[in-house]
Design a protein around this ligand. Structure first.
Ligand code: ADE
Ligand code: ZN
Length: 325
C-alpha cells in the first residue's frame, strides 16, 4: 500500500483546485478582522462547525458567503500564496488553479484586484519550485451574458490566464448554456475545461455535449463516463484528461469514486487526482492520492501512473513538460 509519505514525495501537477476553496479558517478570520467584516464566527472551531456538507448545494451555501472576506489585491495574493506553499509541501511542481471572478466582481471587487493578486502569488511560487497558472471559471448558475462580460473583462489580462472553466451548480445549467462563450474563449486562445459533476441525472449527456459540441480539452470530475464504454474510448483516443477529486466527492456525492478511478486508470485514460476545495473538505492533494489508493487498493506503480497522468493532462508548455516526464 502506497503510504502518505510515498505519495507526497511523488512529483505531481494539481489541475483541479479552486483558489477560493483553499481559504483556511484561520486566514478567513484574519481577513475578516482586517477588512472589518462580521462573518458570524470568531474562532477556528466555530468556523469549522459550519462545515457540514451533505451535497453540493449545502457546500456552496457556506462557500460563497465566506468570500466576502476577500476584498483587496493583497487578500487574493495571501490566499493563493498560502495554497501554493501547502501544494509545494505536498509535492506539487505545477498547479493550474481555478478562480471565480464573478463571485468577487458581483460584490463590487474589481476584476483587476482578483487577477493581479492571484497572478502575483503564482509568479512568486517559482521561488519555492512551483510553476503555477490560472484558469478563469464562469459560474454556471449566473447568466450566459454575465459569463460573456467576464470573458471580455479578462482580455487585458489574457497573458496571465491559461484557460477557462465552468463551475458551481450544474442542475438546470447544462453546458450548452455556454456554447457561445466557450467558442469565443477558444478564439481568444484559452484552453477549455468544464465541470461535469457526477451525482446527477443527465450528467452523462452533459459529458457528451462538452466533448462533442463544446470540444473541451479536459473534463473536471466526469468519472461517470464509465457508464458508457464508447465515451471512455473517445476520451482515451482524444487524450482528454479527467480531474477527479476523491475527498470532495466523498462529501458531495457520498462516494469517493475510487472504483471508477481505478477502472479508468487501468483502461489507460488520463485520469488525475486533485483536491478541489481542500480547506473545506479537509484534504490536500497528497491526502487525496492516499485516500483513493487505500480505497481502491492501488499499487505504488498505479499511483506513480496517476502522478505522471497529472503532467500529461496538464496544459504546461511543451519545453517545460519535457522536464517533468
Ligand atoms: N466550486 C467550487 N467547488 C466546486 C465543486 N466541487 N463543484 C462545483 N463548483 C465548485
Ligand atoms: Zn471543482
Amino acid at each position: 500500500q502506497p503510504t502518505l509519505d510515498f505519495v507526497t514525495g511523488l512529483p505531481k501537477a494539481e489541475l483541479h483546485l479552486h483558489l477560493e476553496g483553499t481559504l483556511e479558517p484561520d486566514l478567513k478570520l484574519r481577513l475578516a478582522e482586517r477588512n472589518g467584516i462580521d462573518i458570524g464566527q470568531s474562532t477556528v472551531e466555530e468556523v469549522q462547525a459550519t462545515y457540514r456538507f451533505t451535497d453540493l448545494t449545502s457546500f456552496l451555501a457556506v462557500y460563497y458567503p465566506a468570500m466576502d472576506v476577500l476584498q483587496t489585491e493583497d487578500d487574493f495574493f495571501e490566499l493563493a500564496h498560502a495554497y501554493l506553499l501547502r501544494a509545494a509541501a505536498n509535492g506539487v511542481q505545477h498547479a493550474e488553479m481555478f478562480f471565480d471572478p464573478q463571485a468577487h466582481t458581483s460584490r463590487g471587487v474589481p476584476f483587476e484586484a482578483v487577477v493581479k493578486g492571484y497572478h502575483r502569488a503564482a509568479a512568486a511560487a517559482a521561488d519555492f519550485g512551483v510553476d503555477a497558472d490560472l484558469i478563469l471559471c464562469f459560474l454556471r448558475d449566473h447568466s450566459a451574458e454575465s459569463a460573456a462580460e467576464t470573458l471580455e473583462a479578462s482580455v487585458p489580462f489574457k497573458d496571465l490566464i491559461l484557460g477557462v472553466g465552468l463551475d458551481s451548480d450544474e442542475r438546470g445549467n447544462p453546458p450548452e448554456k455556454f456554447t457561445a462563450v466557450f467558442a469565443r474563449a477558444r478564439e481568444l486562445g484559452y484552453r477549455l475545461t468544464m465541470h461535469c459533476d457526477i451525482d446527477q441525472v443527465g450528467s452523462i449527456d452533459n459529458i457528451r455535449t462538452v466533448l462533442e459540441t463544446i470540444q473541451v480539452d479536459r473534463i473536471d470530475h466526469g468519472t461517470n463516463i464509465v457508464e458508457d464504454p464508447a465515451l471512455v474510448a473517445e476520451v482515451k483516443a482524444r487524450g482528454i484528461g479527467l480531474t477527479s477529486c476523491p475527498v470532495s466527492n466523498s462529501f458531495v456525492t457520498d462516494d469517493m469514486k475510487a472504483a471508477e478511478v481505478a477502472q479508468l486508470l487501468r483502461d489507460g485514460v488520463k485520469i488525475t487526482i486533485n483536491s478541489d476545495d481542500p480547506a473545506y473538505f479537509g484534504g490536500y492533494v497528497a491526502d487525496n492520492y492516499a485516500a483513493v489508493a487505500a480505497k481502491a487498493g492501488l499499487t505504488s506503480e498505479e499511483v506513480v501512473t496517476l502522478a505522471k497522468n497529472s503532467f500529461e493532462a496538464s496544459w504546461i508548455d511543451e519545453d517545460r513538460r519535457a522536464a517533468y516526464l
